[in-house]
Design a protein around this ligand. Structure first.
Ligand SMILES: C[S@@+](CC[C@H](N)C(=O)[O-])C[C@H]1O[C@@H](n2cnc3c(N)ncnc32)[C@H](O)[C@@H]1O
Length: 273
């Protein structure tokens, strides 16, 4: 069905002004892209409005943790001025990661998570952390040399402002960028991209999107992680998620190897030597 532009604009404006989303400053192009896809799959205005909100909720809402980012950013300065040891920094990061589902689930095996990745790809000289959420607070566990560049992408602006302040104080080789990695695939060259626990959701937003993203990235290694079990822990998702990755690289001359860390499936996609 074709919808009037004025109606589409009004749906976007309503989201941008809403209590739930206004502070997040979601990129306009993200909202336009979701709406364009849902317009093709809705038969009435009412259905489009519901589908648009549902899709946006699936992308943003499970990760709206209760962190007050401006307050945390301000108190970070004070924390930094105490010249914390690595152990104190780790404990500060852990306290914040506990508030975000994906990073909280990783805490029990954080000590080995990045080491497992380096066994296959070596210690990277440059990293793009795609749809990063709070994964960059894992930097104290990554053991990277100060020469390794680290670029973190997300669409949640207050979280990115917090991360950028964290980088400036503790990891000056890193930076945080607000960018929708699907509508604006990063073209920055890097040795590897981390894409943790988001591929299944990206595929729901728009089927085929992982294939598009993987092909567009200018990296040697793409490290994708996905949960091995459903949230309740009852069902294995291993076959389902492995098939998602296999379909996303089908026909490409890339090499795929797999591993596991804790309850995360790891997919190593080598795009070139
Ligand atoms: C499941 S969390 C990712 C967790 C993180 N990668 C980790 O494993 O710790 C989802 C994150 O992806 C971000 N996100 C979702 N879609 C995105 C997109 N198209 N571009 C950039 N970031 C996106 C959300 O804002 C949220 O912070």
């Amino acid at each position: 069905m074709i919808f009037e532009q004025s109606f589409l604009d009004s749906l976007i404006q309503a989201v941008e002004a809403s209590h739930k989303y206004r502070d997040l400053q979601i990129p306009h192009t993200t909202l336009q892209d979701i709406l364009a896809y849902e317009s093709q799959h809705s038969q009435s205005r009412k259905e489009l409005e519901a589908n648009f909100r549902k899709s946006l909720h699936n992308i943003m809402a499970p990760y709206l943790e209760d962190i007050n980012y401006p307050v945390e950013t301000a108190s970070m300065q004070e924390f930094h001025s105490q010249d914390p040891s690595l152990e104190t920094l780790k404990s500060w990061c852990q306290d914040r990661m506990r508030h975000h589902a994906s990073s909280c689930e990783r805490l029990p095996f954080l000590e080995i998570f990045y080491q497992k990745i380096y066994v296959t790809i070596g210690t990277p000289t440059s990293i793009l952390d795609l749809a990063c959420a709070l994964d960059p607070l894992g930097l104290p566990w990554m053991n990277l040399p100060p020469t390794t560049s680290f670029v973190a992408y997300d669409i949640h602006q207050p979280r990115l402002d917090f991360l950028q302040a964290f980088f400036q104080l503790f990891y000056p080789q890193a930076r945080a960028i607000q960018q929708d990695i699907l509508t604006n695939i990063p073209d920055q060259e890097a040795e590897c991209a981390f894409f943790f626990k988001e591929a299944h959701r990206l595929e729901k937003r728009r089927p085929g999107s992982n294939r598009e993203l993987f092909a567009g990235l200018n990296v040697k290694w793409l490290v994708v992680s996905l949960p091995s079990r459903d949230l309740a822990g009852h069902h294995s998702l291993e076959a389902y998620h492995t098939s998602l990755i296999q379909k996303s690289i089908e026909g490409q001359p890339w090499r795929l190897t797999t591993d596991m860390a804790g309850d995360e499936l790891l997919f190593f996609i080598q795009k070139h030597d």
